[in-house]
Design a protein around this ligand. Structure first.
Ligand code: HEC
Length: 118
């Protein structure tokens, strides 16, 4: 009997833990999307599909093993010299700290994952 209560409590805690984790993931997603739309989408496009000013980031070139999260942080803080495409250089992006960039990367990795890139 005692054992059953313990198992039941454990299940309740597990379910609550997963609900909280999901809610957290959704918050990360929506904050990341809003920051992306504000700072990146004018060149990289809606849902990172690209524009005539910048490449799509949902692209196999930007697979995590080709462009790690560090290269995303560096692109934001230092800008990028054109080397893969012919859109010109990317300027450094102001108004973002590491935490905000991390949320943008979270959003972009989810889009890449949903597109089957990894
Ligand atoms: C003014 C246009 C513009 C904006 C705004 C912009 N980018 Fe870029 N970005 C570019 C261009 C153009 C390239 C492609 C450079 C090349 O030829 O490889 C690029 C490349 C990149 C790369 C690849 C870096 C590498 O090492 O090859 C990353 C990552 C990236 N951008 C992330 C972002 C993020 C995140 C934001 C928003 C915080 C952003 N960009 C905003 C134009 C822009």
């Amino acid at each position: 009997m005692k054992k059953r209560v313990i198992v039941l409590l454990f299940s309740v805690v597990t379910v609550l833990y997963h609900l909280a984790a999901d809610a957290n993931a959704e918050t990360h997603m929506s904050r990341g999307e809003a920051l992306y739309n504000r700072h990146c989408s004018r060149c990289h496009g809606e849902k990172a599909a690209g524009t005539d000013k910048g490449p799509p980031l949902v692209h196999r070139i930007y697979h995590p093993s080709h462009h790690s999260n560090i290269s995303f942080h560096m692109a934001v803080t230092r800008g990028v010299k054109a080397h893969h495409w012919n859109f010109g250089d990317m300027p450094k992006i102001k108004g973002l700290d590491m935490e905000k960039t991390r949320l943008i990367i979270y959003y972009l990795r989810r889009l890449q994952k949903d597109a089957g890139i990894f």
